[in-house]
Ligand binder design. Structure first.
Ligand SMILES: CC(C)(COP(=O)(O)OP(=O)(O)OC[C@H]1O[C@@H](n2cnc3c(N)ncnc32)[C@H](O)[C@@H]1OP(=O)(O)O)[C@@H](O)C(=O)NCCC(=O)NCCS
Length: 289
């Protein structure tokens, strides 16, 4: 905590060369860095939402949009919800902006999960899959809650469902300098044909649209980019329904997934992929701003 919480006295920190007992006053720069989320930006705008207040129907997928630069509860409150390893991760960001956005995303994720699960946000425990996908402990509930998080720029998306594994992705549409190389490496032959038929002005958005569909699927399986995106083919706009068409080397895989496009905000594109249940229910996506 910075000086503001310390009755005006300078806060002492261990010295780098000390024997564990030696301390020094925090430097002005250290105080200013911390102040970003313990001081001025830390205004609590809202009380924490009640636990367990969101009902999630069996065929629903909820997608929540978060403004990572102005989260509803404020940065200090969200930082308090994080686990030790999450706080350490936050400290490893070089840019204060990235650190704040990480705190906002993880803190908001904890708050949301607490509303579905009825568990205090700070008590939520994450486990991690082989490629780093966070999930709740499998034993925690007979009808597990699946979730996934994505961020791009100042926007975050959180998807939650009880249907099955879920992956969400979003991209801010912006000029990409090496678009030609990316399409060669990341798109399938059919996707490339569609892409090269687009007017130049539509290409950034067109590429981003395909990319979020592929990545939503890859995040849903948990493989992420450990699998080449060029091995996954998705339907291209304006084809309907939007879906995974083919996963190379796995003939039955594509039909096991539902894919829905998202329109998260002006200048952004998104998609959410969910594992289909045995009854092949078409998930209903509820978008919360
Ligand atoms: C998952 C992955 C595709 C995310 O890419 P990204 O566009 O940078 O980030 P996004 O904003 O879409 O998603 C990040 C969030 O997805 C979640 N996530 C992390 N690993 C994941 C995985 N394997 N599958 C699904 N979700 C994952 C996390 O919640 C993460 O946010 P957090 O760490 O701040 O909590 C990428 O990090 C990846 O492929 N990781 C696994 C394999 C890997 O590390 N390969 C090395 C590069 S080849």
């Amino acid at each position: 905590m910075g000086n503001d919480q310390n009755g005006g006295k300078p806060e002492l920190v261990p010295t780098a060369h000390g024997n564990g007992r030696a301390t020094r006053a925090k430097t002005k720069i250290e105080r200013r860095r911390e102040h970003r989320w313990t001081g001025a930006r830390a205004v609590e705008r809202r009380r924490p939402p009640p636990l367990g207040d969101i009902e999630l129907g069996a065929r629903h997928v909820d997608v929540w949009r978060i403004d990572l630069d102005a989260p509803q509860m404020g940065f200090t409150a969200l930082h308090h919800l994080l686990s030790l390893d999450e706080r350490e991760r936050a400290l490893r960001f070089h840019r204060a902006l990235d650190r704040d956005r990480f705190i906002a995303a993880r803190g908001s994720l904890r708050l949301l999960l607490s509303r579905y699960q009825g568990i205090p946000p700070a008590e939520i425990v994450f486990e991690y899959g082989e490629n780093g996908k966070p999930h709740l402990p499998r034993r925690s509930s007979p009808l597990p809650l699946h979730f996934n998080l994505a961020h791009s720029g100042r926007l975050g998306l959180i998807a939650a469902t009880r249907l099955g594994s879920v992956g969400v992705d979003l991209e801010r549409v912006r000029p990409i300098s090496d678009l030609g190389r990316l399409t060669r490496h990341l798109l399938t032959h059919r996707e490339r044909c569609w892409f090269s038929g687009l007017p130049r002005i539509q290409r950034q958005r067109g590429f981003s649209n395909i990319w979020v569909r592929k990545e939503a699927y890859l995040k849903a399986t948990g493989e992420g980019l450990s699998r080449s995106p060029a091995t996954v083919e998705v339907s291209v706009p304006p084809e309907r329904p939007v879906r995974v068409l083919e996963v190379r080397g796995a003939p039955d895989e594509a039909r096991r997934w539902s894919l829905s496009p998202l329109d998260p905000a002006p200048g952004y594109v998104g998609a959410v992929a969910v594992k289909r249940t045995a009854e092949a229910l078409v998930p209903s996506v509820r978008f919360h701003v």
